[in-house]
Design a protein around this ligand. Structure first.
Ligand code: IMP
Ligand code: MG
Length: 182
């Protein structure tokens, strides 16, 4: 098993590039049926979702738009619980079906905040699509319409997800093993 080191942490592969690709192909196929007539606006949450969003939307075969927003709420390995400002939404979403694209939902506080903020702009409906979901970590009830993988509470990096800014470029999703002693 390929092990890698990022700063003080060792990681091993948890979900391979091939498994990710396969799951995204399935998600896209589901959307191609369910959203074909809906003309949705995808709103991808930076930074983590940039690779997921790029891979997913290239497999969609219906008319859609994509926008990128940012909410800074996470530092290091623990969700800070405090959510900051939403930036970057510069089109009207009034009356539209919005699909939020996220890399991972942990406590759910970021997503809860986002849904409430976006709702102020009066979309017809908001649906959530997250590549990864940590159901045991959820602190607020959330309806996630499209989920790539349910995972445990382990810390993950790769495929857009970072550990202190590093690891986003990794093609697989890795899970932290044990902290290395220095
Ligand atoms: P939440 O508000 O606790 O749901 O945290 C959501 C955000 O925290 C995600 O958008 C990620 O940026 C980050 N995050 C949560 N879990 C992980 C993880 O295991 N690895 C890397 N980032 C994570
Ligand atoms: Mg994120």
């Amino acid at each position: 098993m390929e092990k890698i080191q990022i700063k003080d942490l060792a990681f091993k592969i948890h979900i391979s590039e091939q498994e990710i690709n396969q799951r995204i192909t399935n998600l896209a196929a589901q959307m191609n049926v369910e959203l074909a007539e809906a003309r949705p606006v995808f709103i991808a949450v930076l930074n983590g979702s940039f690779i997921f969003a790029a891979d997913l939307i290239r497999q969609l075969d219906f008319p859609c738009e994509i926008q990128f927003i940012k909410v800074a709420s996470y530092h290091g390995m623990q969700s800070s619980g405090k959510v900051q400002e939403l930036i970057g939404l510069n089109i009207s979403i009034e009356g539209r079906l919005v699909i939020i694209l996220e890399d991972i939902i942990d406590s759910g506080l970021t997503m809860d905040y986002l849904v409430k903020e976006l709702a102020k702009a009066k979309p017809a409906q908001i649906k959530i699509c997250s590549l990864l979901l940590k159901p045991k970590a959820l602190k607020v009830p959330l309806e996630v319409h499209f989920t790539g993988f349910e995972v445990g509470n382990e810390f993950l990096v790769g495929y857009g997800l970072d550990y202190d800014g590093f690891g986003r470029n990794l093609p697989h999703i890795y899970q932290a093993v044990e902290p290395t002693k220095e």
